[in-house]
Design a protein around this ligand. Structure first.
Ligand code: NDP
Length: 354
């Protein structure tokens, strides 16, 4: 079996893992029996590496829980797709999203969090300790924090999928550079659309915001910024009926949402900014989701499974901010630590260490 090497994690022959130097054997404690192969379960596994997961990792590491972070194949969460972050406290001149996530991660690593940069495939929350499978590894843990965030939505048009990466994008920060001197359209009426449109004016000559209504969901300040930008124009009450172009995008077909009339708009690029879907696939069998597909929390961070905690955008469709996700990660780590202590799995880690 191929074994991925991560620092401080020792892999058993069957792929299960244990932190080599971290977890004290804890036979017979609480309700967590050791796995059949003799390896010791971790105290805490955090799934997700956006602001919620990384903040949980910082707090848990400082409480000596030696957390394992299953960070995902593309770690860092939504902020990796964001340019200037101007509303995260402590950065009066703003900071780039990826840089902010790098700082979070380095802070967690400094205190002993260990990262696995692979995607989580599935979990078994039906027995204790819990099992999580990522890549070809099984990881066992007494407690879990789910902080998997939410991913960008697409319109679902065939040509949108076909031309993805050839003019169709959901990430202005990643792909804006390729549209220097070109025309682009941004679809959506929320803060993401307004922010991405403004960002894209650094490269493009013309940016058209296509929105299906005539009122924006985004904040007033972002609306004003977009409206004041001479490079930005608006196609309101319009939806994208198709994406046009053979090898690369050369236009979009618009449909008026009031009259039904169709028209073509010439453009070299289409940026989707129509919201997010919470990343709950691996957990649906075990955890409750609400009508929008977000995980349901009880008592701040608790899930319906004792020992599994939830933090960040995977449950929060109301605030969805880096700072609220980070605060959630802090709360989940504190709750997980207290829960572990209540089960006799850790002893008084450290109220002082928080
Ligand atoms: P939102 O859900 O706020 O907005 C999505 C937009 O896309 C809406 O205008 C919606 O239209 C439109 N839309 C959704 N589905 C479709 C579709 N199928 N076809 C056409 N249009 C569609 O998502 P955002 O990503 O903009 O924002 C998410 C959260 O993140 C918000 O809370 C926002 O404030 C926050 N945010 C904050 C930023 C900042 O402070 N710097 C930057 C970016 C985001 P309709 O309005 O008609 O529903």
């Amino acid at each position: 079996m191929t074994q991925i090497k991560y620092p401080t994690i020792a892999f058993a022959d069957d792929g299960s893992s244990a932190v080599a130097d971290a977890v004290t054997p804890q036979a017979g404690h609480g309700n967590g029996a050791a796995p059949a192969d003799g390896s010791q379960p971790h105290q805490l596994v955090i799934v997700g590496s956006g602001p919620a997961g990384l903040t949980a990792a910082i707090y848990a590491a400082r409480a000596n829980l030696k957390p394992i972070v299953i960070a995902g194949y593309a770690p860092g969460g939504q902020l990796m797709l964001t340019s200037d972050v101007e509303n995260y406290p402590g950065f009066p001149d703003g900071i780039q999203g990826p840089e902010l996530m790098d700082l979070f991660r380095r802070q967690a690593e400094r205190f002993g969090a260990t990262f696995m940069d692979v995607d989580l495939d599935r979990v078994d929350f039906g027995k204790k300790p819990f099992s999580l499978w990522a890549g070809d590894q099984e990881v066992t843990s007494h407690s879990v924090i789910v902080a998997t965030g939410a991913s960008a939505l697409w319109l679902g048009l065939d040509n949108e999928t076909r031309l993805r990466g050839r003019g169709v994008s959901a990430c202005a920060t990643c792909d804006g550079f390729f549209f220097r001197g070109k025309k682009v359209a941004v679809v959506g009426g929320g803060d993401t659309a307004l922010e991405e449109a403004t960002f894209l004016t650094r490269f493009a000559t013309d940016v058209v915001i296509v929105h299906r209504r005539d009122a924006f969901r985004g904040s007033k300040i972002m609306q004003t910024r977009a409206m004041d930008n001479p490079k930005i124009t608006f196609a309101l009450n319009k939806e994208v009926a198709d994406v046009l172009g053979e090898d690369v995008v050369n236009g979009i077909r618009l449909r008026d949402t009031v009259t039904g009339e169709e028209s073509n708009l010439e453009t070299d690029g289409v940026f989707l900014a129509i919201g997010y879907r919470p990343n709950t696939e691996a957990f649906k069998e075990w955890l409750t989701v609400d009508e929008k597909g977000y995980l349901v929390v009880r008592d701040e961070t608790r899930s319906d499974v004792d020992g599994v905690f939830i933090a960040g955008d995977v449950h929060d469709h109301r605030y969805r901010q880096a700072v609220t996700a980070a605060a959630d990660g802090c709360k989940a780590a504190i709750d997980a630590e207290r829960w572990l202590e209540s089960q006799g799995i850790t002893q008084g880690a450290t109220a002082a260490a928080w």
